[in-house]
Design a protein around this ligand. Structure first.
Ligand SMILES: [Zn+2]
Length: 275
């Protein structure tokens, strides 16, 4: 199923949004979903919700276990056009709505092609990117980024072995293979990307700095701390996605290409094991 109604969150959601809310603790019961059709309460489960979030393979999806009402139209449900939006900043208070109102709103938005899905972290967007990349669909889906509509293929920029003449002033999601190294003196971490990239003719191995302050600023910071430490100890290769901007810094006559994490929060970073 493409979407389902969340009993706890009282909205019709796609599986990526449901997964984000589950991970953030807003949704606690992965079985607490129903069919999005008005008048039908067939039970729906968010599959893969309890799995580890850091694999490249897992993808949350909705599975229906209950029986639909005879009049239910969900089987005829076509792919609904949806615009993804990355919302920076704090969670908005959601409007109080009854179940039937929420389902009706979803139906009318999907009919008029005005459906939007808002995300607060980049994790759901990375999930979609991995899926679209596999199915060669990166050009067909769009995301609203800082008020500007972009194709997924333009939102994600590959750092591995690429050559760039300029970087945009807008934030994008930069990704590549990297290793996590712990600063020996502090509880800070450095991400060293594995492959060189060329920027304006100069060769760099990009880095990103995750200070203790950035970790403390982030939601689920204890978990982040544990995960970063485990990646560093295992010296494991990971795939890193960072929403932000690259900057070139000069320290003691040497120049470095560093990725600045937007808002200095790990909500805008995603790190996954390369299996
Ligand atoms: Zn139904």
């Amino acid at each position: 199923m493409e979407v389902a109604y969340s009993i706890e969150y009282e909205k019709v959601l796609d599986p990526e949004k449901a997964y984000e809310l589950f991970w953030e603790g807003y949704i606690k019961d992965f079985r607490g979903f129903t069919c999005p059709e008005e008048g039908c309460d067939a039970q729906v489960t968010l599959a893969n919700a309890r799995r580890e979030r850091h694999s490249m393979k897992q993808r949350p999806n909705f599975r229906c276990y209950g029986d639909h009402k005879n009049s239910c139209n969900h089987i005829k449900e076509k792919k609904v056009k949806c615009l993804d939006i990355l919302i920076l900043g704090d969670r908005k208070q959601k409007k109080k709505m009854s179940k039937e109102e929420a389902k009706k709103k979803y139906q009318s938005e999907s009919k008029s092609g005005k459906r939007q899905s808002e995300y607060r972290t980049i994790m759901p967007i990375v999930n979609k990117f991995i899926r679209y990349e596999k199915s060669n669909d990166l050009e067909s889906y769009e995301i609203l980024n800082q008020g500007k509509k972009l194709k997924y293929s333009d939102m994600f920029l590959d750092l591995d072995g690429q050559s760039y003449d300029f970087f945009t002033d807008y934030n994008r999601i930069y990704y590549g293979t990297a290793r996590v190294v712990k600063n020996a003196e502090k509880d800070d971490f450095i991400l060293f990307f594995s492959k060189k990239l060329t920027y304006k003719g100069e060769c760099y191995k990009p880095t990103a700095y995750i200070s203790k302050k950035i970790i403390d600023n982030s939601y689920k910071n204890k978990l982040w701390q544990k995960e970063l430490l485990s990646y560093a100890e295992k010296k494991q290769l990971v795939k890193v996605f960072i929403y932000g901007k690259p900057t070139v810094n000069e320290i003691k006559d040497k120049t470095y290409l560093n990725l600045q994490i937007c808002r200095a929060k790990l909500d805008l970073v995603d790190i996954r094991r390369v299996d």
